[in-house]
Design a protein around this ligand. Structure first.
Ligand code: ADP
Length: 475
């Protein structure tokens, strides 16, 4: 893997961090500052209104002395961290919490204009040049008998608001850094549960792509990654198995073709160079003929198998009487049976039994099974072919009392070219393809075939077929 996925994820992570920082640095400070100013101005204005309606009004009504008001406002000013002033409409300073009361030296605010705040209730400037630096100022009128007597002004140094803003921003930056670090956990999870397994899967895929189908790997997880790995590994093992089968198949075919060809070549050469005298030619030509017949049989079987596999078998489904097919197939073995003194006993339920299947293919199945039964039976024995009916199925059984099949071979006999050791002596012409063709045909009908066998006692092959529904109704 070119590490791209990981890089992309890392990049996304970095972009997330940088964007977070940029947004925090550009928007958040102004927003925080704005919020802080509005909040402070709000509370200062409430205070100013309160003072205007209480202490200041009492002062103008001469209910309370200037000193007493100053004392009260001094405390309040410390509490509010600001400067409180009472100013006459003309701009004359009556009281300033930052200055002692000095009646001799009047302080006049030049060009004092209470409408300086405009439509808002606060203003940020140096308050008619009264302060050297910027202040947040609010002004509340002191009214008495519907007349404006003066103003309460409260000023807060913008430096202190800036300070609060900065400490709030520091908290935000720390939160962002913590968030960024915490999101590292996602990166770690991604690496551990997605990236690393994916790298192993990719490596395995590369191995399979280069033909190393036997490369084994597994992931210890039960999530989608684990499932993907299991599927991939299963797929590879299946391909490997089919490759092995293919090789075995070719090896078997070559072997089965080579032996008759070698013997044909041997006999023909011997006849040509005179090793076999002309009077014996007929005998050996018959052997050669036999071998060519075996080759033809082998070729036909291979072609049939190939057709069955590639086309998925095109079946010519009809309704036919299975009993009739059994009778005619059994009859075709009369000659062979006579030679071995073997009797075929037919135990057929009902006179006619209609099934829905491909007649010629089922005939081939019966032919293979009866042929095997005869081949592997002893002289003077009986082969039973029986039909039974159960539910909607017809079961056909071909039973012999021959050599039987060893337990360990029972699964293998359905494989192409498989011949059990027991049978080799008995059947030199066998190709080992008959049963695999038989199985393919029965499976293509969506039916089943089974074998029960005991070595030395005999074998029974049973397969099922669907009973014809149409002919049922007629019955
Ligand atoms: P073949 O053409 O060699 O008979 P099959 O595929 O029909 O090939 O059978 C495969 C093997 O299964 C045979 O070689 C034999 O070992 C075993 N087999 C099949 N039918 C019987 C049977 N009725 N009795 C004993 N062995 C059998």
């Amino acid at each position: 893997m070119k590490k791209t996925l990981y890089l992309k994820f890392l990049l996304a992570y970095l972009i997330f961090g940088i964007f977070g920082l940029v947004i925090l640095a550009t928007f958040v400070p102004s927003m925080t500052m704005e919020h802080l100013i509005r909040e402070r101005a709000n509370s200062l204005y409430s205070e100013a209104t309160l003072i205007a309606n209480t202490y200041a009004r009492n002062l103008y009504n001469s209910k309370i002395s200037l000193e007493a008001v100053k004392d009260q406002l001094d405390t309040l000013a410390v509490y509010l961290d600001s400067n409180v002033q009472i100013i006459n409409p003309s701009g004359r300073m009556i009281l300033d919490t930052d200055m002692p009361i000095d009646v001799e030296n009047e302080v006049i605010i030049e060009a004092f204009d209470p409408t300086i705040t405009g439509t808002s209730y606060y203003v940020i400037d140096n308050f008619f040049n009264f302060y050297p630096n910027e202040m947040l100022s609010v002004i509340a009128p002191i009214t008495n008998n519907y007349m404006v007597k003066g103003y309460v002004a409260i000023h807060m140094d913008m430096a202190s608001i800036n300070e609060s803003c900065n400490s709030l921003l520091t908290i935000s930056y720390i939160t962002l850094i913590i968030l960024f670090l915490l999101s590292l956990i996602i990166l770690i999870f991604f690496t551990e549960f997605v990236y690393l397994p994916l790298r192993r899967i990719t490596y395995a895929t590369e191995q399979y792509a280069t033909g190393n189908m036997h490369y084994e790997f597994s992931l210890d997880s039960e999530d989608e990654m684990g499932y993907l790995a299991a599927c991939l590994s299963y797929m590879a093992s299946e391909i490997a198995r089919s490759e092995d089968d293919q090789k075995k198949f070719v090896a078997n075919v070559s072997h089965d073709f080579r032996s008759p060809l070698t013997s044909i070549q041997g006999y023909l050469e011997a006849m040509l160079d005179g090793t076999i005298p002309p009077q014996l030619h007929e005998k050996y030509l018959n052997i050669v003929l036999n071998e060519t017949q075996r080759l033809t049989k082998l070729t036909n079987s291979l072609l049939t198998l190939n057709n069955l596999n590639t086309k998925g078998i095109l079946l010519d489904i009809t309704d036919f009487d299975i009993n009739q097919v059994i009778r005619s197939t059994a009859a075709s073995f009369e000659g062979t049976c006579l030679k071995k003194s073997i009797a075929i006993e037919l135990i057929l339920t009902d006179e006619v039994m209609y099934v829905t299947a491909d007649m010629s293919k089922i005939q081939q199945v019966l032919y293979n099974l009866i042929d095997n039964a005869i081949k592997f039976s002893h002289h003077n024995s009986v082969i039973k072919v029986e039909t039974t009916e159960k539910k909607n199925k017809i079961f056909v059984s071909v039973k012999d009392t021959g050599i039987g099949i060893p337990k360990e071979d029972l699964k293998l006999i359905w494989d192409r070219f498989y011949k059990s050791d027991l049978s080799r002596g008995k059947d030199k012409k066998g190709t080992g393809l008959g049963l695999s063709i038989t199985k393919e045909i029965i499976h293509s009908h969506n039916e089943h075939i089974n074998v029960i066998s005991t070595p030395g006692e005999g074998s029974e092959f049973i397969f099922s077929l669907p009973r014809s529904e149409e002919n049922d109704e007629e019955d």
